[in-house]
Design a protein around this ligand. Structure first.
Ligand code: HEM
Length: 450
C-alpha cells in the first residue's frame, strides 16, 4: 500500500497509523463478532484490524460513513464483500462499478419506484397469505425459516408475476442459498487459492449457480414468448431501454434477477423474524399491533390504502431495522482518499457497520431498548445519517421501499391471524451476511380471538 500525501496541516495516515483493535480475526459466524464490531467504536472514528492476512479499516463516525457513501462515493468501490459476489454476474447492479453501475441503476430504478411498489401490494399479500394461513395452531415454527420462505416467495412473485411452479421455485430457492453462502465465505476468509480447487463445496456452489441460472433463463424465455401475460419486474426489465435505446440482453437480465433474489429475500426475512421475536418478549407492544391491524384492516383484504393507516406497524418495522441492521458492509479506496481529517491510501479495505452505528448511545438514547415510539415525531430524532439500514448515496438499496412495504404487509397479515408465543431458550444474534437470529428462534402460533 502506498502511503498517502497529506493535505496541508494533516499528517499522512496509512492504515498502520490507526489504532489496531483486533488481529487475525475471521469475520464470519457467531455472536462474538457482533459484540466486537460494536466495541470497536470506543477506539475512535477510524480504527484498523486484520482479517486473516488483510489489513482492514473500520469507519465508525457517522459523519465519516456518510461522507464515504455520498460525497466521496466515487472514490470507493464496493470492496471485499462484493468482489466475490461476481458469481452472480459481473454486470449485476450490486456488483457493477462506475458508469456501468449508474447506467444500470437508471434502467432499473423505474421497477422500484414508489408507485410501482404500491402496485405490488396485492401480489405481496397473495404470495404471503397461503404460508401464514397454513401454520398449525400449537405447532412450533422455526420463525427464521418461515420468514425466509415467505420473503422468497414474495420477491419471486414480484419478479415473475406468479410463483413459479414448485420444481423451478425450489431449485431457485436452494440454489440462491448455496451460491450466496459460498460467496460470503469466500469474501471473508483468506482462501482465494482454494476457490478454484474441485472440492465438494466448490463443486456444489458451481452446480447451484448453474441450476439457478438455468431455472431463471426458463422464466425469461417464457416471458419473451408471452409478453402480454405478465406485469412484473422481469417484464419491466425486458421492456427497459437505456439512453441510447438499447435493451438489456437476456443474460444480463438473468444476472439482475439472480442478484435481486439474493439481495431481497434473506434481508427482509431476518428483519421480520427479529420483529416477531421482539413482540414475543413484550406483550404490550404486541397488543398495540393487534389493536391497530384489527381497527384498520379487520376482516377486509389488506390493500395498499391500509398501509398509510398503520403508523404503529411501520414504527415496529423501523425499530427492527434500527436494532438488527446489516452488521457489515465493505468498500475499497480507489485512490488516496481524504475522509474528514484522515487520509486512506489507495487500496485500503474499509468496513462500516449500520448495526454498530444504530446502537451508539450518543445517537440513540437507551440504544439497546426496542422502543418503536422513539420514532414518534414529537420525540427527538437521531441526526441525519444516523439511520442507514439500507446504506446511503448512489449504492443505497434499490429495494428499500419494496422492503418497507413487504415488511409492513407481512407483519399485518401475521398479526391479523396469529399470536406468536416464544418457545423457551435464548435467541442470539449471529453475524452472517446480515444480522441473523440463531436457529432457536422458535415460536408457537395460536389463532387470535378477535
Ligand atoms: C430489510 C431489507 C433490506 C436491507 C436491510 C437491505 C440492505 C441493503 C444495503 C445496506 C445495501 C447497500 C450495500 C452497500 O452500500 O454496499 C443494499 C443494496 C441493494 N439491495 Fe437491499 N436491503 C434490503 C432489501 C432489499 C430488497 C427487498 C431488494 C430487492 C427486491 C434489495 C436489492 C438490493 C440491490 C439490488 C442493492 C444494490 C444496489 C446498488 O448497488 O445500486 N434489497 N441493500
Amino acid at each position: 500500500m502506498t502511503p498517502a500525501h497529506s493535505a496541508p496541516g494533516i499528517p499522512p495516515l496509512v492504515p498502520g497509523g490507526f489504532p489496531l483493535v483486533g488481529h487475525g480475526l475471521s469475520l464470519v459466524g457467531g455472536s462474538r463478532r457482533l459484540k466486537f464490531i460494536e466495541s470497536v467504536r470506543a477506539h475512535g472514528p477510524i480504527v484498523r484490524l486484520t482479517v486473516g492476512s488483510r489489513d482492514v479499516v473500520v469507519v465508525n463516525a457517522p459523519g465519516l460513513i456518510h461522507e464515504m457513501l455520498t460525497t466521496q462515493a466515487d472514490e470507493f468501490t464496493k470492496g471485499l464483500l462484493f468482489e466475490k459476489l461476481k458469481l452472480f454476474g459481473k454486470d449485476a447492479l450490486p456488483i457493477a462499478e462506475g458508469k456501468p453501475h449508474l447506467r444500470r441503476r437508471r434502467l432499473m430504478q423505474p421497477a422500484f419506484h414508489r408507485q410501482q411498489i404500491a402496485g405490488y401490494v396485492t401480489t405481496m399479500r397473495e404470495a404471503a397469505e397461503p404460508y401464514v394461513a397454513a401454520w398449525d395452531s400449537g405447532t412450533t415454527l422455526d420463525l427464521k425459516t418461515e420468514m425466509q420462505l415467505i420473503a422468497q416467495n414474495v420477491v419471486m412473485s414480484a419478479l415473475f408475476s406468479a410463483s413459479p411452479p414448485r420444481g423451478p421455485a425450489h431449485t431457485i430457492l436452494n440454489s440462491v442459498d448455496t451460491v450466496f453462502r459460498t460467496a460470503i465465505k469466500r469474501a471473508l476468509l483468506p482462501v482465494s487459492a482454494l476457490e478454484r480447487l474441485p472440492t465438494r463445496g466448490n463443486r456444489r456452489a458451481g452446480a447451484a449457480s448453474g441450476a439457478l441460472r438455468a431455472a431463471v433463463a426458463d422464466i425469461i424465455a417464457e416471458h419473451r414468448a408471452n409478453p402480454d401475460a405478465y406485469d412484473d419486474i422481469v417484464s419491466l426489465l425486458l421492456a427497459a431501454r437505456d439512453e441510447s435505446g438499447e435493451a438489456l440482453p437476456d443474460d444480463e437480465i438473468l444476472s439482475e434477477i439472480v442478484a435481486l433474489l439474493a439481495a431481497g429475500s434473506e434481508t427482509t426475512a431476518v428483519t421480520l423474524a427479529w420483529l416477531f421475536h421482539e413482540l414475543g418478549r413484550n406483550s404490550d407492544l404486541e397488543r398495540r399491533l393487534h389493536e391497530e391491524v384489527d381497527r384498520v384492516v379487520g376482516d377486509a383484504e389488506l390493500t395498499v390504502d391500509h398501509l398509510a393507516q398503520l403508523p404503529y406497524t411501520r414504527r415496529l418495522v423501523q425499530e427492527t431495522l434500527r436494532l438488527y441492521a446489516p452488521w457489515l458492509v465493505t468498500r475499497q479506496a480507489i485512490s488516496d482518499v481524504r475522509l474528514g481529517d484522515f487520509t486512506l491510501p489507495a487500496g485500503t479495505d474499509v468496513i462500516w457497520s449500520a448495526y454498530a452505528l444504530h446502537r451508539d448511545p450518543d445517537l440513540y438514547p437507551d440504544p439497546l431498548r426496542f422502543d418503536p415510539d422513539r420514532w414518534l415525531e414529537e420525540r427527538p430524532q437521531p441526526p441525519k445519517g444516523a439511520f442507514i439500514p439500507f446504506g446511503s448515496g448512489k449504492r443505497m438499496c434499490i429495494g428499500d421501499t419494496f422492503a418497507w412495504t413487504e415488511a409492513t404487509v407481512i407483519t399485518a397479515l401475521v398479526a391479523l391471524k396469529w399470536q406468536l408465543t416464544p418457545e423457551r431458550g435464548v435467541v442470539k444474534a449471529l453475524a452472517e451476511i446480515t444480522t441473523h437470529p440463531s436457529s432457536r428462534l422458535r415460536m408457537i402460533p395460536r389463532p387470535r380471538d378477535r
